[in-house]
Design a protein around this ligand. Structure first.
Ligand code: FPP
Ligand code: MG
Length: 308
């Protein structure tokens, strides 16, 4: 856990109406994503890209980006292309993760996986198409932000995706499959890359677009690192405690694929306690912002309470 200056918690956090907040933001994100990728020639690939991009999901990554911009007092419109790009990157990583060469999964977000519908060849290309388009979309569509900030955002996205981010985390994850001696430290370094890097990019890109000071960037990055790890611990817990219907994907996959997980190393109860510690720390990072931090703090708490 990473700690910086901690201030007392806001008493308003428990009263914050996160459900309404998420509903409004999710609807806005859905519309923005829908508009971002119209069908064109060759239709087959655009359909495959849209099939996964518009398959629902929590839209947590774009919402984190938009909420960061609002926390820093800027208009969320400056970050809409970046928010869409973050969802494109996340979606492409799931399309590739589900491929037979990787996790070989049949269901995602409550529907058949991309390769089950379009075939492996198109699924690979749909992922590639989404990845390339995410960068194009940020560069092309971001308005009212200086070019140097946009370049910084593109660098943040590239770093989160690359060999020390999602790609590296996935490689380490695949390497650990079937091994019984994976330590909590190794597991954390996998998830820092596989899950944490993109979550951190969500808040740091929002912060850069908003012209944040280094101290704000540091606090927000620490917040994201903590929620990233907690998110993965909860994911591992849900894999053993939730049903496939609740998850929209096959439950119990970690055990059948012999994946290293936190419940396997610590047990479920200790995993829950560690996740809550991380969330408490994430929330504390943002107390300095007062009421403005409530959405991001409530999202942190939601990460641990979620059932899918
Ligand atoms: C889900 O993990 C997968 C990820 C979070 C990312 C996987 C990353 C890749 C496939 C690399 C993608 C390539 C690029 C270029 C970004 P999980 O299998 O633990 O969770 P699940 O149960 O939801 O499948
Ligand atoms: Mg998987």
């Amino acid at each position: 856990m990473v700690q910086t200056d901690i201030q007392p918690a806001s008493p308003n956090l428990t009263n914050f109406d996160l459900k309404s907040y998420l509903e409004v933001k999710k609807e806005f994100v859905e519309q923005s994503i829908d508009k971002s990728l119209p069908i064109q020639e060759p239709e087959k690939i655009y359909e495959a890209m849209r099939y996964s991009l518009l398959a629902g999901g929590k839209r947590l990554r774009p919402i984190l980006c938009l909420a960061t911009v609002e926390l820093l007092g800027e208009n969320e419109n400056i970050a809409v292309p970046t928010a869409c790009a973050l969802e494109m990157i996340h979606t492409m990583s799931l399309i590739h993760d589900d491929l037979p060469a990787m996790d070989n999964d049949d269901y995602r977000r409550g529907r058949l996986t991309n390769h089950k519908v379009y075939g492996e060849d198109i699924a690979i290309l749909a992922g590639d198409g989404l990845l390339a388009y995410s960068f194009e979309y940020v560069a092309q569509e971001t308005v009212n932000v200086s070019a140097d900030k946009i370049v910084k955002v593109l660098a943040i996205l590239g770093k989160a995706v690359g060999a020390n981010g999602l790609v590296g985390g996935q490689v380490m994850d695949l390497d650990c499959e079937g091994k019984s001696d994976v330590t909590a430290q190794t597991l954390s370094s996998i998830h820092r890359r596989k899950t944490g890097a993109l979550l951190e990019a969500c808040v740091s890109s929002g912060a850069v677009l908003s012209g944040a000071k280094d101290s704000d960037l540091q606090r927000l990055s620490t917040y994201a690192q903590n929620i990233g790890l907690a998110f993965q611990i909860v994911d591992d817990i849900l894999d053993v405690t939730a049903t496939s219907e609740q998850l929209g994907k096959t439950a119990g996959k970690d055990i059948s694929a012999q994946k290293a997980t936190y419940p396997k190393i610590w047990g479920i109860e200790t995993s829950r306690v560690k996740a809550q510690e991380l969330i408490d720390n994430a929330i504390a990072q943002l107390n300095i912002y007062g009421e403005k931090a409530l959405p991001l703090q409530a999202i942190a708490q939601y990460i641990i309470n979620r059932t899918n």
